[in-house]
Design a protein around this ligand. Structure first.
Ligand code: ATP
Length: 365
């Protein structure tokens, strides 16, 4: 088996003078759950629509399952799309909705019933076949839309913001179910989302897009722990971004001088010089009333500051601490795993904030 199900080569899409997708090239593997993630207007839906054949690339090539797409109309592509709005027929029962695509494509009558049943079981909707869409919850309607796409047995399922109409609780349930469903049916899923939690929790790999370009493609933990640019560090999760200067480089570490904090060796495999940024995730920061004790095995950067804001989220608290003459604002997240922690620090308190050099991410871009 080829290790590429979808191959995108130098694909550009222009609408008049505006470039929505700008010379993009990457591969999606068979059975992969792949997410296209990025802010509104970055071109992710346009890219998905080109895979479906609903938009024609201005230049470049798309191959799906070894088949060149340029001369393949949408209905002959081995893909199916689940849209943002569920696109279920309101006047048809669930069963008729799911059967519709098979009937239109001339599937033998005897085959339709069992395949509809199988699709409804996949999305955990058996027993509701006779209902009309208005007798279903938002989550159930979304499952009907999924069953409609899966019943055609596509090689690739394209999902365009499939959960945007669901509330937070339904979304979480649906995210877990979609991930399980993808494992069970073993086909390639490509999801478009602007919701980083959705992408992180479901996808095997994520492509982060900005202004028509791919900024980074990586597994969720790699994107979070090792973002390659300020944009990705900032877009995925919360982050403290600080200005720094490279003062030396040796054996997998870069010596940096972080403005307002001092010198620290940061792990980094590539080259770096001059002015850079460093990123530190808020949960990697340690906050306390005492100056952290020196520990040669774990060099830390420590700074004194004042708590200027504090939000309680039940499981965590988010604090903002201003440090130094420039009153740099650091975001700190602490786990409220003991009751004492919640009340131990308050707005206005003088505190020490510290973090380890190994938790500092150097961003050359
Ligand atoms: P969102 O999350 O808001 O859906 P997106 O990343 O999916 O955003 P696209 O829908 O791909 O973004 O649009 C990318 C850019 O291309 C946007 O600036 C959009 O206005 C523009 N665009 C999309 N379709 C057309 C069109 N048919 N004609 C002109 N411009 C278009």
């Amino acid at each position: 088996m080829s290790d590429s199900m979808v191959s995108i080569r130098n694909v550009t899409k222009q609408f008049g003078a505006f470039t929505a997708v700008d010379n993009v090239s990457f591969d999606i593997r068979p059975n992969e759950f792949f997410a296209l993630l990025g802010p509104s207007g970055c071109g992710k839906t346009t890219l998905l629509r080109m895979l479906a054949g609903l938009e024609v690339p201005t230049s470049g090539n798309i191959t799906i399952d070894g088949q060149e797409m340029a001369s393949t109309p949408p209905n002959r592509r081995p893909v199916n799309m689940v849209f943002q709005s569920y696109a279920v027929f309101p006047h048809m029962t669930v069963e008729d909705n799911v059967a519709y695509g098979l009937k239109v494509s001339g599937t033998p009558q005897a085959e339709i019933g069992p395949r509809v049943q199988e699709a409804l079981e996949m999305v955990q909707l058996p027993g509701l076949a006779a209902r009309k869409p208005d007798q279903l919850s938002g989550g159930q309607r979304q499952r009907v839309a999924l069953a409609r796409a899966l019943v055609k047995r596509p090689k690739v399922l394209l999902l365009d913001e499939p959960m945007s109409a669901l509330d937070a609780k339904q979304r979480e349930t649906m995210q877990l179910e979609l991930a399980h469903l993808q494992e069970k049916v073993g086909i390639t899923f490509i999801i478009v989302t602007h919701d980083q939690d959705e992408a992180l929790s479901m996808a095997d790999r994520i492509a982060v897009m900005d202004a028509g370009s791919i900024k980074q493609i990586a597994e969720p933990d790699e994107l979070y722990e090792n973002p390659s640019s300020r944009f990705v560090a900032d877009f995925i999760g919360k982050v403290n971004l600080l200005d720094a200067r490279v003062t030396g480089i040796s054996g997998g570490h870069v010596s940096t001088e972080i403005k307002g904090f001092g010198r620290v060796a940061v792990p980094h495999s590539g080259t770096a010089e001059g002015d850079v940024s460093v990123a530190i995730r808020p949960e990697k920061l340690v906050i306390g009333k005492q100056e952290p004790a020196a520990d040669p095995s774990r060099p830390v950067i420590a700074a004194q500051g004042r708590v200027v804001d504090w939000s309680y989220y039940g499981d965590t608290s988010h604090m903002y601490v201003e440090t130094g003459e420039d009153r740099l604002r650091l975001s700190v997240i602490i786990q409220n795993d003991t009751r004492d922690k919640v009340n131990s620090i308050d707005i206005g308190d003088e505190v020490w904030v510290s973090w380890s050099g190994t938790d500092t991410i150097l961003l050359a871009d």
